[in-house]
Design a protein around this ligand. Structure first.
Ligand SMILES: Nc1ncnc2c1ncn2[C@@H]1O[C@H](COP(=O)(O)OP(=O)(O)OP(=O)(O)O)[C@@H](O)[C@H]1O
Length: 253
């Protein structure tokens, strides 16, 4: 579904990605684990064409997109839903308009069709449309904003969903709810998902496959069982949350 080959990216003198090879299988959730500032967001921004690689290839659904033009990028954006870390809702628009936004941008749906799609997507993320449609983002809790962000991400029926830290800043119960939603959406919409997270516990609930990013490369891949039992010292240290040992800490942003 998504194939990343030899992806390299540097910002100024800083080599962030030093040759990423990663296969992201269709219909599953792949989690990219790694230290803060290690380049996880940089990887997923390449999948949606927000960044162009210095070298390497990015295949999305059979198309190589690393040198895509604007028209191709527009097509990719329709296929790929991106849930930004911040939720990235428009503060000046109410919840209805926020979720309707991608539908107005990318489709010719009528107002009635837009309303019924917005209602359906809010229900999918466990929100009562009648209670939230007319509210503004700053009237919602952080967890509700994440859910509205998710409803907007799935508005266009994406084939791929990229989740950037979907549980950051949420309490454990709301985090669990978001993880359950990631699993449900994978099943209901048959999407391929990529999740980046620091939250090991939630990652194991939501993920099918795992890839560990360290020093600009993917150093280990496998399913949860493999990750929990691996003796790779970098993975072990990361999962155990120990700050001493083989990992040399990278500079934070
Ligand atoms: N557009 C940019 N210009 C310059 N430097 C950047 C840019 N985007 C990212 N970086 C740098 O690249 C490094 C990797 O950033 P990235 O956001 O991908 O890390 P991350 O693993 O997602 O971190 P976190 O988990 O903290 O979000 C950081 O040092 C960051 O400062």
């Amino acid at each position: 579904m998504i194939e990343i080959k030899g992806l390299k990216k540097q910002f100024g003198p800083k080599e962030v990605l030093k040759g990423i090879d990663l296969h992201i299988p269709k219909g599953k959730t792949t989690v990219i684990l790694g230290l803060s500032g290690g380049g996880k967001s940089t990887i997923i921004k390449h999948i949606v064409g927000l960044l162009k690689p210095d070298s390497g290839e990015i295949w999305v659904d059979g198309e190589e997109i690393s040198q895509a033009n604007e028209e191709q990028i527009r097509k990719i954006r329709k296929k790929v839903g991106f849930l930004f870390q911040s939720g990235a809702l428009f503060d000046s628009m109410n919840i209805f308009e926020n979720i309707a936004f991608p539908l107005r941008e990318h489709t010719n749906m009528s107002e009635d069709e837009i309303m019924s799609r917005v209602v359906e997507r809010l229900e999918m993320v466990g929100l009562k449309p009648s209670e939230v449609l007319n509210l503004y983002p700053d009237e919602l809790s952080g967890g509700m904003r994440k859910r509205v962000g998710l409803a907007r991400t799935i508005a266009l029926n994406p084939e791929i969903i990229l989740y950037d830290e979907p549980t950051s800043g949420l309490d454990p119960i709301t985090s669990d709810l978001i993880s359950q939603m990631i699993v449900q959406l994978k099943e209901r919409l048959s999407v391929t998902s990529v999740l980046i997270s620091h939250d090991i516990k939630e990652s194991f609930k939501a993920g099918d496959y795992f890839a560990m990013l360290y020093d600009g490369k993917i150093i280990e891949t496998g399913d949860a069982e493999h990750f929990k039992s691996t003796d790779n010292p970098y993975v072990r240290q990361f999962l155990d949350g120990k700050s001493e040992g083989p990992i040399h800490f990278q500079e934070k942003k």
